[in-house]
Design a protein around this ligand. Sequence first.
Ligand code: ADP
Ligand code: MG
Length: 687
Amino acid sequence: MPESIFYQPIKYVKGVGEARAKILSKLGIYNVSDILSWFPRDYEDRSTFRKISEASDGEDILIKASLVSDITESRPRRNLTITKVMVSDGSAFLNLTWFNQKYIANSIKTGSEYYFYGKIKRTGMLLEMHNPVVEKVDSEQKITGRILPVYPLTKGLTQNNLRKITENALNMVRGKFQEILPASLRREYKLSEVNFSYEQIHFPSSFSNLNEARKRLVFEELLLLQLAMIHTKGENTAQKGIKYSPVDMSPLLDKLPFKLTDAQKKVFREIEADMESEKRMNRLIQGDVGSGKTIIAFLALYKAVKNGYQGVFMVPTEILAEQHYKSASKLFDDLGITVRLLTGSMKKREKDEVKKLTKDGKIDIVLGTHAVLEEDAEFYNLGLVITDEQHRFGVRQRAKLSIKGENPDLLVMTATPIPRTLSLVLYGDLDVSVIDALPPDRKPIKTYAVNDAMRERIYNFIRKNVAEGRQAYIVCPLVEESEQIEAESAEELAERIRENELKGLRVGLIHGKLRPSEKEEVMRQFVDGSLDVLVSTTVIEVGVNVPNANIMVIENAERFGLAQLHQLRGRVGRGSHQSYCILFNQSKSEISKQRMEIMVKSNDGFEISEKDLELRGPGDVFGVRQHGLPEFKIANLYRDMEILKEVQSAVRKIIDNNLLNEDCDYRPIKERLIEIYNKRVKELSLN
Ligand code: ADP
Ligand code: MG
């Protein structure tokens, strides 16, 4: 196939030539096939026009309007020309301004209608648009009236250049893409045809077509990658594990004050299937903060214990361990299951007792911090290992736990997977279940980014909510270098608001320098409602659950990572009350502003992790290269986990039935794999 039109050098595509070919080569685009796989990073919706009056500040929109003023031109500086005009569509007036685009004045006139596309700026009653794109309404529409791709660019190349080049390249190969996915596979996973997909990903005729096209291309990319990986890895690496028997879960379920959500049920079914199979379970539960992961862990532990095994549940902080221990005892004590706590701060005598009982098989479930990793913590017959908030643990710690039994099943839970975890999923070493819905009655948390000018209002707001019976957290600035300084500043803040801003309220304080028993006492007071406000360092970041608390104030929010802010925010919004997160942003930098904006706009942990990584810089868009994730052309694991799951099941079928080695409709996939493989080898030997 190398001589095919897809491999024609890029310089022969209309509109390219030698000079642009050189620029494109910087993006790794050398031929027709490369440019068609240079996928848009975003789209501009210029497909339907809207009313000027409906536009909100900062929005990109298409409007249809005529001129209602004369065109004015001014030259405030020698190399600056400003062209202005006012337009209207009957709903409102809009001021248009162009900078250094002198030709505009001659290309629009009174009496005709035009489409204008651009970003709306709204200041009070005044509406403005700078440098809008213009097209006459009755002309053949090229740049308006459709959804336009937005490509990643490089110096010397404009959006319009790339759009044109891509369109010309598409024209050369229209209908000539070879379909490598068998019809049966496409039917099963609802995948659109290849020619359709490439056209629609670049120039979609609707957003639903775009979604279909994207799904197919992502599926194909992940499928080829997984097949290639399994090939290099040497097929089946699944270890044998414990084969559990089915267990009637109703005694535990009946004790819950709520019904499992469908999302929780689905995930637990996947866990049950793993546990009952011969294969060793190695599964990640991804569920946003508050989605209800803890109960899933308890269900799995119950199943293990009922099968005669011990289970261990490891969490990153003592506060969280104690809290989980309390909820676990409430459920398990009456069911004749013994749960014990094991943390680093317990007295040696107590620890030794728990360890002895565990070794003798007298304890069913051990719940603790990394103390459970200590060498002398031994088990009688460990069958299930669960780690909560997995992003806080290293991979080695998990491995350490798993050797305490004979191939125990493994379950890890997290709200915000780190790239390293995603790469384990990608390479098939970790299966994934997603709790993709929150329990009912949860109101989305309202988030506000504010500055010091708002301080008084915020404290009044806290008073008002406390008067209604609610509670609030105030999280102090992060001091990376020193836990000591961090603790001191927390003390100062607590002191100050006790004396001044929140005088009369019951204000507690918790930080890393307190003794564990002191921490526990403060937490207990907050949980049982004898404190109104809890001033805290990030020790409350993960897992803490006080459903009555509905306000989370974060000081110097700009110092935190977004995933961390999301975790902190997740401490509220756990009950049926409307909850609020207030981010004090003390920085004036543009990046800080953007980061706060992401928090205000999104309540979705996946989206936030993804955006956070994007903001870290264009060099390493997903912050992933050093974590063993390959660069994708189109797939994005943060967004495409569901597609990856489908791909994994397709791959399993292909491998189990040896489809690649048979003369069947999977042949083209095999040929494509060989082609990719040869290309890689060639690239490697060239370098
Ligand atoms: P996370 O996923 O952040 O670990 P938790 O397990 O702490 O979430 O659960 C958050 C809160 O939601 C807890 O108070 C828990 O009791 C409650 N919860 C869990 N599942 C449900 C459900 N199906 N219906 C109602 N509330 C639930
Ligand atoms: Mg949790």
